[in-house]
Design a protein. Sequence first.
Length: 83
Amino acid sequence: MAAKFRKDIMGDGFTMFQFSIYIRHCASAENARVHINRVKNMLPESGKVGILCVTDKQFGTMELFFGQKSKPPEYGGQQLELF
């Protein structure tokens, strides 16, 4: 059931943002309401979904972090000779 729900919401234009978190841009509150209703209708009987609407400006101020800073390799690269 979860796989079908995932397929259905992705078919409605949602994109996975993080594991179990999906996002979709809506141009207006009215457009968002249309997609919220679609999600409600797709929801499996035992499913649980939370929906949070944020403005473009609020979304744009989000800070994303991906692990630690990249660091140089601990050893130099191996040199290859071509003949």
